[in-house]
Design a protein around this ligand. Structure first.
Ligand SMILES: Nc1ncnc2c1ncn2[C@@H]1O[C@H](COP(=O)(O)OP(=O)(O)OP(=O)(O)O)[C@@H](O)[C@H]1O
Length: 258
């Protein structure tokens, strides 16, 4: 579904300097697969998602979705950013349905489906509120509903739960898994939380710092459907420990080289 082969990305700074954000990334994500990406701050996780979203061009290599080269944003790909990015003048319902209306894909049932999603995200009663009337966490939940309503084949999520309180974060994780299982989207999910990565993902990509490379890919063997009870299992701890060891090994190597 998603294919990155030999992908590199170098940014040119305003001072003319160059930042090599990603180097030699090769990754294949199958339809319906949930892949989490973890790694130190600045290792290129957001950049990787933006490349797949068609928001920035690669410097080297190729990115494909559904067998075609990604050169611009696609209708079958939705992205949730770290910050909610809502339209400030549109109410919650209009924000959630906006992409489908924009693409001319809204149907008679779109609004009802949006209401169902908003209910699942704990936002019933807020449909006619403007973004500025909501808390940051609520705005982020609206942004997540907006992405899910599109029933994308590729869902790119950049630390989507970072702004949520711990309880809402847990609820949204399980809700995301439930909806994802129904839609079968291929998901790339960036997080700083190792336990969140293990709870959600089929595989966890661990990236090394500067320039971001894939250090290793950890297979999470936990059965689905997942729930928080699994956090206490040896298999969960084992996967989390392997990821932690990789991240810290890479950090120490980077510090040693500096
Ligand atoms: N538009 C840009 N222009 C110049 N440099 C950029 C640009 N976007 C990202 N970078 C640089 O690329 C590197 C990777 O950034 P990126 O945001 O992808 O990292 P990240 O792993 O997502 O970080 P974090 O976990 O802190 O969100 C950083 O060194 C950053 O400064």
């Amino acid at each position: 579904m998603i294919l990155l082969s030999g992908v590199g990305k170098t940014f040119r700074g305003r001072d003319g300097g160059r930042v090599e954000a990603l180097s030699d990334i090769t990754l294949r994500v199958a339809p319906g697969e949930f892949v989490a990406i973890v790694g130190a701050s600045g290792c290129g996780k957001s950049t990787l998602l933006r490349l797949v979203a068609g928001l920035v061009p690669v410097s080297l290599g190729r990115v494909e979705v559904s067998g075609t080269l990604v050169s611009e944003p696609r209708a079958d790909t939705a992205m949730v950013f770290q910050a909610p990015t809502l339209l400030p003048w549109a109410d919650v319902l209009r924000n959630v349905t906006f992409p489908l209306r924009l693409m001319g894909k809204a149907t008679r049932t779109t609004e009802d489906e949006a209401r169902v999603l908003l209910a699942k995200a704990g936002l019933t009663g807020f449909e006619t509120k403007l973004p500025r009337e909501l808390s940051g966490g609520m705005q982020q939940r609206v942004a997540i509903c907006r992405a899910l309503l599109q029933q994308p084949r590729v869902l790119l999520m950049d630390e989507p739960f970072g702004a949520l309180d711990a309880l809402t974060r847990e609820e949204m994780s399980i809700e995301l898994l439930r909806i994802w299982a129904e839609t079968g989207a291929a998901v790339l999910f960036v997080t700083h939380s190792i336990s969140e990565a293990v709870l959600l993902a089929d595989r966890v990509v661990v990236m090394s710092p500067r320039p971001g490379r894939i250090a290793d890919v950890i297979q999470v063997g936990l059965p689905r459907p997942r729930d928080f009870a699994q956090e206490g299992t040896p298999a969960f701890h084992d996967a989390a420990q392997r990821i932690r060891a990789l991240i810290y090994a890479k950090k120490e190597a980077a510090h040693g080289a500096a």
